[in-house]
Design a protein around this ligand. Structure first.
Ligand SMILES: [Zn+2]
Length: 320
């Protein structure tokens, strides 16, 4: 398998970008596209197979939800009992008995203006979680805010697999001052920003001290926090609670498996959580399959007929 050794660096780079879904490189103009040889086709197939293998490994490491089919029915997603949740700063509490609410956050936004604008065209208040120092970050943040949509910083944090997390990353080895400085720079890199959630972070979110530093900065800036829950060992919600930072935790990942049927099943799970708990938080990515699904699923009165309403994440913070 010397081919795999040869291909590993490139595939690892691809893998690192797997939660930063980008369109494939533009196709060369039709008139100069070479007819693929059998060898080239076989090689692409091998590439794809190996990439999928690596991606599956990454998902295992980063998306704790993969380890059990229905974790949200087995254990509370938020460590803090609902009765002890502090009223959120940004929104007035909504009385219980209201329609079950679902908030949707789309991660890994900022690299691609076109994909970002498809999110802005969705007929529901989807929140954009934008990566720092990406080329479309400022433009998308402004356009989203102009529509009244919430924008949060998608903060890269160290993962347990040693994968690249891109610019502006926070690492466990950082001194507190350095960690705070990198975070402040990211929060200043585009505007407006209402809150923060973690990009990857299976390593860092398990470190209480680092999470305490992060929450101090969020408290100073009056921002809220969403724990993407990329590890069962996450300390982030505890740290947020201790710091008095309004927070939510991800209930369901929409598109760990990009197969349309799997996306539909994940969405149904999120609706179930909303009906059961009164609220649910769903996180997805700007994959073409996810965009297509949401464009269809959020249109018209489909959800209202099922007794669930999609609300902005700030409104979800106000739900008990
Ligand atoms: Zn991410």
């Amino acid at each position: 398998m010397s081919y795999l050794r040869w291909a590993l660096p490139g595939l690892l780079a691809l893998l690192a970008a797997c939660s930063e879904p980008e369109p494939p490189p533009p196709e060369p103009p039709q008139d100069i596209t070479p007819v693929p040889t059998l060898d080239a086709a076989a090689q692409r197939q091998a590439d794809a197979a190996y990439y999928n293998q690596l991606r599956a490994r990454w998902l295992e490491l980063e998306h704790a939800e993969r380890s059990s089919p229905e974790p949200e029915t087995e254990q509370p997603v938020v460590a803090v009992p609902p009765a002890e949740r502090k009223p959120p700063v940004p929104a007035a509490p909504v009385p219980s008995g209201a329609t079950p609410a679902l908030a949707i956050v789309i991660d890994d936004v900022g690299h691609n203006l076109h994909h970002g604008r498809r999110l802005l065209a969705l007929p529901a208040p989807v929140t954009l979680a934008i990566l720092p120092h990406t080329q479309a970050a400022q433009r998308l943040a402004e356009e989203a805010a102009a529509q009244g949509r919430s924008v949060i910083l998608h903060q890269p944090m160290e993962n347990g697999a040693g994968l690249s997390i891109g610019p502006g990353g926070l690492y466990n080895g950082m001194q507190p001052d350095e960690l705070r400085q990198v975070l402040q720079n990211n929060l200043d890199s585009f505007a407006p920003i209402l809150g923060l959630n973690n990009h990857m972070g299976s390593r860092l979110t398990a470190e209480r001290q680092a999470m305490d530093e992060v929450m101090q900065v969020l408290r100073e800036r009056n921002l809220f926090f969403i724990d993407s829950r990329t590890t069962h060992h996450t300390q982030a919600a505890f740290a947020a609670e201790a710091a008095g930072v309004p927070h939510l935790s991800r209930d369901v990942f929409l598109d760990n498996d990009r197969d349309p049927a799997a996306i539909a099943r994940a969405f149904s799970r999120a609706l179930d959580v909303a009906r059961r708990e009164g609220r649910a938080l769903l996180i997805g990515h700007p994959y073409p399959q996810t965009l297509e699904f949401l464009e269809w699923r959020l249109a018209g009165d489909l959800l209202a007929e099922e007794g669930v309403e999609v609300v902005d994440v700030v409104e979800l913070l106000g739900r008990e």
